[in-house]
Ligand binder design. Structure first.
Ligand SMILES: [Zn+2]
Length: 400
């Protein structure tokens, strides 16, 4: 049960279990006051958090009235975590295999297949090949899996088909959806909506239960797989971006805007940090020092992608993301996947799938070699990512 009433006085995000604050016990005396303050104030909570920094500890709000005290240390113990940074990996034995022994998980964004239309990550123009983000990210992941394995990595796939990881379905989430609509204070609630162009679809239990299924429950189950089973040193979340294409997926708007950006976890809003589960998850990422690795890997990934794709950087207009100073391609943002996967996560949004140039290349399909002097869009994406990771791990792990 995720309901606030069932979880006492806790304030929780949709489908979240109540946080277990004792998970922070293992992080006592694993960080200096300076590091904690820097990460909290510049990366994770630039607009504030219900956390009071004292001379020797941080007082963290838990639930409605509780507090957790996290002690700092002048000489911190190493934080407990299942993943290894590049410096913690053994030095290389062969320069051609810079990813030797690195455990990398690939998370192809969304589901695709028969779910793509429900996910609103699907469109088709007249008789074109349907454009479905979840199918395209899986294709990129398959190419990337081969590339990374050839460089020595141990690669695991968070999904290998359009079969959901979660056992929930919209039908099993109807009760949760009704509660969520109540929490959102919709004045009237309907059972069903009338297709993707229905302007009031957000008011329906059907739409909300679908959202809880593919956007929340699915990611929560993927996180369980990543954290309990795969335990990678790094996760890559693969996405294609989209610009607003209007309400009708049969008549989408094509745009000239085609761009690239790479997300690191961070930039939690005060409203998000008011949620008990989100605050606890943010702190675990902070204390595990996920950001240090994300901030080191992401520039190499962005550089390779920008070079190989020729795409300009995307700039957020709204305040839910912040640019990483000095690199226009890198942004911090709090998403469910890059918060729940408890290891460094590089979340890539490459190409705008309803831009004219990307659409044309998607229509050309996947192929080996070059056509019109270019790789297929899927190979180009995967090859660039592999180059970026090889550059990063190769430089750090080169024998001295
Ligand atoms: Zn996506």
């Amino acid at each position: 049960m995720f309901l606030a009433a069932a979880a006492g006085a806790q304030n929780l995000s949709p489908l979240a279990p109540a946080p277990d604050w004792s998970r922070l016990d293992a992080f006592q005396e694993t960080i200096t006051r300076e590091d904690f303050t820097r990460l909290l104030q510049t990366v994770y909570a630039p607009d504030g958090a219900p956390i009071r920094i004292q001379p020797n500890s941080a007082l963290i709000k838990t639930g409605a009235s509780g507090q957790y005290e996290l002690r700092f240390a002048a000489t911190p113990k190493p934080p407990p975590r299942y993943w290894r940074s590049a410096k913690e990996l053994p030095p290389l034995t062969a320069p051609a295999r810079p990813l030797e022994g690195v455990n990398i998980a690939l998370d192809p964004g969304h589901l695709g297949g028969k779910w793509a239309q429900m996910e609103e990550r699907w469109f088709q123009i007249e008789n074109s090949k349907p454009v479905a983000e979840g199918d395209m990210t899986l294709l990129v992941a398959r190419h990337l899996e081969k590339n990374l394995a050839a460089l020595g990595a141990a690669v695991s796939m968070v999904r290998t088909s359009d079969e959901p990881a979660t056992s929930e379905r919209p039908e099993t989430l109807r009760k949760a959806a009704a509660e969520e609509l109540k929490r959102k204070k919709f004045l009237f609630v309907r059972e069903r909506y009338d297709g993707p162009s229905d302007p009031l679809k957000q008011n329906s239990i059907q739409w909300e239960s679908e959202l809880l299924f593919y956007r929340i429950s699915e990611i929560r189950q993927r996180a369980a797989l990543v954290n309990d089973k795969l335990k990678p040193d790094l996760t890559l979340c693969l996405h294609f971006n989209a610009e607003p294409w209007g309400e009708d997926p049969a008549q989408p708007r094509l745009t000239d805007k085609n761009h690239l950006h790479v997300l690191l976890n961070g930039c939690y809003s005060p409203a998000e940090l008011d949620l008990d589960d989100v605050r606890e998850e943010m702190l675990i990422r902070l204390l595990e020092r996920c950001h240090d690795t994300e901030a080191a890997v992401a520039p190499c990934v962005a550089e390779a992608l920008a070079r190989d794709t020729g795409l300009p950087p995307y700039a957020y207009a709204a305040g839910n993301a912040r640019q990483v100073p000095g690199n226009p391609y890198l942004w911090t943002r709090n998403l469910l996947a890059n918060r729940l996967y408890r290891n460094p996560v590089i979340y890539i949004e490459a190409y705008v799938m309803n831009s004219k140039p990307a659409f044309d290349r998607i229509q050309m399909g996947d192929y080996e070699g070059l056509r019109d002097q270019r790789k297929s869009i899927f190979h180009e994406y995967a090859d660039a990512l592999a180059e970026g990771l090889a550059a990063y791990y190769g430089a750090i792990r080169a024998p001295k």
